[in-house]
Design a protein around this ligand. Sequence first.
Ligand SMILES: CSCC[C@H](NC=O)C(=O)N[C@@H](CO)C(=O)O
Length: 760
Amino acid sequence: MHPFLDLPMHVSAQWRRAPYALALLACAAPAALIAQPGRGGGGGAGGAGAAAGGASPSNALPALPKGPRAMMLRDWYRVANLSNPAVSPDGKRIAVTVTRAVEADNRRHSEIWVVNAAGGEPQRWTSPSTESSNPRWSADGKYLFFTSQRAGGTGNTWAIRLDQPSGEAIQVGDYPNGSMPSDGSFAVFTDAGRPAPTAPSPDPFGQMQPMARPPFEAITRPSVSARFDGRHVVDMSYKVNGVGFVPGRRVARTWRPTQIARQPIGDTTKKVITSTAYSHRGPVVSPDGKWIAFTADSRLRPDSVVDRERDSLATLPYNKVRDEAERNDADIYIIDANGGTPRKLTDWMGAESQITWSPDGKQIAFIGRPGRTKNSNIYVVDAAGGTPRALLGNWQYEPGNFDWLPGGIQFTAEIGGRSAVLRADMSGKSLPTELVSGRRQLRGASYDESGKTLAYVATSMNKPTELFVASGDGTGERQLTNFNKDVNADVVWSDAERITYKSVGNLEIEGWLMKPYGYEAGKKYPMVIYIHGGPHSSYGEGWFDEFQNLAAQGMFVLFTNPRGSSGYGAPFTYSTRGRWGMEDYQDLMKAVDIVSVRADVDSTKMGATGGSYGGFMTTWMATKTTRFKAIETDRTITDWTYWYGSSDAQGLTEFEFYGKPWDNQKLYDELSPIRYVNKVKTPMLIVQSEEDHRTPMGSAEIWFMSLKKQGVPVELIRYPRSNHDLSRTGEPWLLVDRLGRLRQWFGYWLQGVQPGAVAN
Ligand SMILES: CSCC[C@H](NC=O)C(=O)N[C@@H](CO)C(=O)O
């Protein structure tokens, strides 16, 4: 899958405070190939009207020619991205989010479409003038809920009525979102309560911008508050990629532990059934409605104690015994559905998530990760307690989401660069069985109530996403939509050959070689290697705009999942700890060795590109080899100590590099490409976003200046209103501009195409 980082704020905060949370960071969040609704925050992704000029560019641009032909840059705007399929409880209909770019407005637009599982034309169910995503059906089939920021309501949950003639979307106060028993009579959910009312006191800084006000316990004050509009920072988490600068606290720290609430369906009265100093997470009600399972601190300590302990540990120097010890931060508890004293289900070492009751309510399943660098597995335990048993045994791969259907447990998983729907062996004695597989990526498996209908979104190398339906056991698959019909008819998307090869230590590495558009046997073509970020993410068997872009320019595109990638099991993922740029570099260069001897690859015209960890790796490569004739480094990191101080994710290197820079300065220095920049001879294009708080601008600036001062050809493109996710969720015009620059840079250095002559 394409690396796509979708970190909620709390994950970033955990990275910052402690290395322990790093198991969470496997950067391999669900892919969104070109479009993600509703993201961007202060980073500016997708903002209409913010771009330079504001005028529609399409007025001035000619219509795209009919195909079949190579992808042109503006074809990017035509590709629809489908996500979040949801099968109705009766299995008759499937709702899905469809996201497209609106080229003239420089923005994306998402709608909910519904299609009959039996087939037929999909219907648009939400307005073209508002954003709607993430459809889900109510258990009783009365509503289709979805997420929307539309005006005139509270919160962002809206609904379309299904049991009566319907019109505009409405908000439904008596149908809460939460876990329900089989009879659907009530829902349970978490509730953080309201902040305690504080007596109003005059605020001498009330008129200042939030970032400028003196935070709580700050020592300095503005001399004249009306004359200071800077940023006053005292807290560690003062900037977050995709969010922007975050004002500090104005009052003493307080805690509002999340409680469990229940609300009858058809009633607006919510009852909070717990009142504790610790938080309850992910409450799930049993099918008979008698019990609620949830996770909480393994010792039920107050949130204040847990947070203070974590914060104080985070200030200590790295300590092997303490920091490498396995931790049991959370456990599963069960409480009476009306409240009472919780019972610990089991003392299980590690992290538990996705708690799920068996349909008969006698057992509980969860995804467990027994240690930070250990494989996750699906575990099952009696609801009465006992020792959880793993269902996937020593399977190499790790489960994604799972469902406990009437016939057993089914789940999705990444199997290297492809993904599949699988059935677990409930005895745990055999490896899981693949039900839906093939060289492709499946996203968001959804079932009807009976488990007899399964829907998913699928994509493969040369096929953008579409919606598919099958029987619950994966048989009888049918494609239900063809949203990309027009663009598919015009553009010849390139396919890729899958390769595997043995690298250092006999480790098998998976990779792909995409053919250039218009490939003719007997000719030689330039080749560009793409390096993904993370490093714990992966490339895979899905349509990806960036690869298609360079293949359309007439180049081979090589992409691999070197050690450190996700999708091959945790030992593979974490094998690069403390060794970035070593064996992983060799895994990449080995792939280059293999393809560069092919008769159709011009080994004198090779390039490299990559972002984030891939940006680090491209600058690292530039210091180690002159085999590449041109390199593009994207959202790069060239100095790890600078990165540590300026990024929003210190926890990443605290874990990967065994401590803070001053705990292990040698490693931070030795792995910093800037230390060897005097060796660079390769022309480099640097792309960095002005509001990237994950890999801030300084790394790009020092690299640019160093190459300039040595006479190495270099260009720096600084994208405004953009963050670390420009290439995924950035403003469409800027995102497409970046694709154009990649074509031009490699077109110039590898194909001799003169500036301005690369086709758009
Ligand atoms: C190594 S610094 C931070 C790198 C970043 N990792 C997580 O945030 C990264 O490599 N991001 C990737 C994957 O999402 C990217 O492609 O931007």
